[in-house]
Design a protein around this ligand. Structure first.
Ligand SMILES: NC(=O)c1ccc[n+]([C@@H]2O[C@H](COP(=O)([O-])OP(=O)(O)OC[C@H]3O[C@@H](n4cnc5c(N)ncnc54)[C@H](OP(=O)(O)O)[C@@H]3O)[C@@H](O)[C@H]2O)c1
Length: 293
């Protein structure tokens, strides 16, 4: 679903590429099997030069010998790692035209018993990681008065349910920051897009289950253990949209002249959009049914 939300000024800056120049796109979290990896391939298919980054180069090994990709290790939690990858990209290409803040982690568990350290880690990655990237890349874009930033949000923000409250709160923060950034960065000639996936095939359930296994045993919520654990894999169990299909659509919107402020696509994105406009008691009723509560 594509939407030009009321009150949002659609920027009219030129498209990312200069005539004859391939747009340089830096993406975080490009491990094989995920959305970032599929977007890296989709940007390359659209004749972009892609700086594909992830915490470990080995997770992108299939891109190694393809000259369309410049592989960099990048951990969004580390100033040093972000600084190195961004300066290597600028050193190699002289510019970054598009930044895609894709790296993200799930966090499953009941809010009343969730360790604060797990909450902090999720915010550190999904919110402050994206902001660290933006603060590293924007000065370069601003010096050319040109560039695009795409943040990967989530439809879950439109109807927050139980057991993934922390993850949803990080994405709600990111949506809000994206709205402010769109207005602030426009003054520097930079366009901002909120890419809002529905259920998309990826590794997110595997990493959610891995981090869930490190959670303490729930006390108050012991009777709900099965439902809580099931939430970790939910996005992958509901006929999730193919990663390549999502990536192709998202990349087309980011690259277009005057990109939309908000682009949502994928399994249940329309349902969440409708739920968003429902009265709270209807939203709660639907979510209780869906989550078997
Ligand atoms: N799949 C969905 O249904 C869905 C729906 C809504 C939103 N999203 C969002 O889409 C984005 C991509 O997720 P995905 O579904 O493709 O999941 P994924 O396959 O698990 O990919 C997440 C990526 O983020 C990376 N990452 C995690 N922590 C990082 C860090 N500190 N520094 C750098 N990279 C880090 C992961 O690296 P490692 O491989 O090293 O762990 C991985 O490459 C996320 O922001 C997610 O919240 C996904």
């Amino acid at each position: 679903m594509e939407e030009h939300r009321p009150g949002v000024i659609t920027p009219s800056a030129p498209a990312a590429s200069c005539a004859g120049e391939k747009p340089v796109v830096l993406i975080t979290g490009c491990s094989e099997g995920g959305i970032g990896h599929a977007m890296a391939r989709a940007f390359a298919a659209r004749d972009c030069q892609v700086v594909a980054t992830s915490r470990s180069i080995s997770s992108m090994s299939d891109l190694t010998n393809d000259p369309r990709f410049f592989l960099q290790e990048l951990d969004v939690l580390s100033d040093g790692s972000v600084g190195r990858a961004v300066s290597n990209a600028i050193g190699r290409f002289g510019r970054i035209d598009v930044l895609v803040n894709n790296a993200g982690v799930q966090c499953i568990g009941p809010l009343a018993e969730m360790p604060l350290s797990a909450m902090q880690q999720t915010f550190a990655t999904n919110v402050f990681g994206a902001m660290r990237m933006i603060q590293a890349v924007v000065p370069h874009m601003a010096s050319r008065r040109k560039g695009k930033v795409a943040n990967i949000g989530s439809v879950t923000v439109q109807a927050p349910g139980p057991w993934s409250g922390v993850y949803t709160a990080t994405k709600a923060s990111l949506h809000s920051l994206t709205d402010s950034l769109r207005l602030e960065l426009k003054l520097l000639g930079i366009e901002v897009v909120n890419i809002v996936p529905g259920g998309i095939r990826s590794n997110i359930a595997n990493s959610a289950i891995a981090s869930y296994s490190r959670m303490p045993e729930w006390k108050l919520y012991k009777p709900y253990q099965a439902q809580i654990r099931a939430r970790a894999s939910m996005s992958q169990e509901m006929k999730a949209t193919h990663t390549e299909e999502f990536a192709k659509e998202a990349v087309a919107r980011i690259l277009q002249r005057n990109p939309p402020a908000w682009f949502s696509y994928g399994r249940y994105s329309t349902v969440f959009s409708v739920l968003h406009h429902m009265p709270i008691f209807i939203k709660d009723f639907v979510l209780r049914k869906a989550m078997k509560l």
